[in-house]
Ligand binder design. Structure first.
Ligand SMILES: *[C@@H]1O[C@H](CO)[C@@H](O)[C@H](O)[C@H]1NC(C)=O
Ligand SMILES: *[C@@H]1O[C@H](CO)[C@@H](O)[C@H](O)[C@H]1NC(C)=O
Ligand SMILES: *[C@@H]1O[C@H](CO)[C@@H](O)[C@H](O)[C@H]1NC(C)=O
Length: 337
């Protein structure tokens, strides 16, 4: 009898411990200048485009490739004609794990739909999958393509078009099903979650995984939220995702800033934690749009890639700053509860 009771108490404690695990994410090491900007000196991440932002990271996995180097698909606009012209389109840059990029000096433009933008990229079984926004009918604006040879532009074959307004952010697991966080809300009612086994057919399992906070929320008021980075796994097995949000007054007077969520290791459909605060807001000149750097939208951060650094629960986040520059910083995630 006594052992039974002890066992129950003990299990309850363990359960409590498991449920009580809380994480805290911090951002450090923002660089003095953006990784890519029209205001960077030539030879130090110069871009010929007035707006260069929202980077999607493709590690160099070619056999002759270098471990510290990546190809990065960026959103660009207001470019010279030989770099794709005024309207939004996507170009390719070369960047490094230390947060620097080479100048964008050759035109490698993805030949997709009009105004294709905001790449989010993951790798699975030899394929690179690229989610992005382009014009579509109604909310059908999230496109998915894939390629085995990402630098050969016409190798990006069409896979699907989703009614997810703007965003698709993948969580790749050891075995299917894989999960996708999607959407921008509004116009959607919330960020949703879909599953897939074949990366072609996706089934929504929760269209309201998390909503924008109230605009009167004490810590993190929100008027719009977007699924933002691909989802990475932590050493505990749980999953980490950065979402970004507009605060009251957005566009003209608010911030675009980011929070995070944690999904459960065993059941990624369980939202284990949503950050109370926005942990990653605009503070540098190139994020605020107050210095020499170009600005399309003031006080804007939009995180689009999370790259493991090799240290425990540490990632380099790559993001768009002021919708006009590419930057990166270090994110550390710690268990605090
Ligand atoms: C970053 O890495 C690249 C490639 O290894 C190297 O050329 C460059 O000097 C490094 N920059 C810094 C600031 O460490
Ligand atoms: C969707 O996720 C939210 C947050 O975890 C949860 O409260 C809700 O019950 C879920 N809905 C469904 C249909 O699973
Ligand atoms: C924007 O963010 C900064 C820094 O986090 C904060 O001080 C400021 O009040 C915010 N402004 C608005 C309009 O939300």
């Amino acid at each position: 009898m006594r052992t039974d009771i002890l066992l129950i108490v003990f299990s309850a404690l363990i359960l409590f411990e498991v449920l009580a695990v809380q994480y805290e994410a911090t951002v450090t090491q923002r660089s003095k200048q953006p990784a890519l900007s029209i205001k960077n000196p030539k030879g130090a991440g110069y871009s010929p485009c007035e707006y260069t932002f929202n980077p999607g990271w493709i590690p160099d996995l070619y056999p002759e490739g270098r471990k510290d180097k990546a190809y990065v698909i960026v959103r660009a606009a207001k470019c010279p004609n030989e770099f794709g012209g005024q309207r939004d389109h996507m170009l390719i840059a070369t960047c490094y794990n230390n947060g620097t990029c080479d100048d964008i000096s050759t035109r490698v433009q993805l030949p997709f739909e009009d105004e294709a933008q905001d790449p989010r990229i993951i790798h699975l079984e030899g394929w690179w999958y690229l989610f992005y926004y382009a014009r579509g009918s109604g909310l059908k604006t999230t496109y998915l393509r894939r390629s085995r040879t990402p630098l050969i532009m016409n190798s990006w074959e069409s896979v699907a078009l989703f009614p997810w307004h703007r965003n698709g952010c993948m969580l790749i697991r050891d075995k299917p099903p894989h999960y996708c966080l999607y959407g921008e809300a509004p116009p959607l009612k919330a960020v949703g979650l879909a599953t897939t086994v074949d990366m072609k057919t996706f089934t929504t399992i929760n269209d309201t995984l998390f909503k924008a906070n109230s605009k009167d929320d004490k810590y993190a008021p929100e008027v719009v939220i977007e699924a933002s980075t691909p989802i990475v796994q932590l050493s505990t097995g749980d999953y980490f995702h950065i979402y970004c949000a507009g605060t009251p007054g957005w566009v003209a007077n608010g911030n675009y800033t980011c929070g995070y969520i944690i999904l459960d290791a065993q059941n990624p459909n369980v939202l284990k934690q949503k950050s109370q605060d926005h942990f990653f807001g605009p503070i540098t000149d190139y994020e605020i749009g107050s210095g020499i750097y170009p600005v399309q939208r003031k006080r804007t951060i939009f995180a689009t890639s999370l790259v493991p650094t090799g240290r425990k629960d540490e990632f380099r986040v790559w993001y768009g700053a002021a919708d006009a520059n590419v930057a990166s910083a270090i994110v550390n995630v710690k268990v605090v509860g």
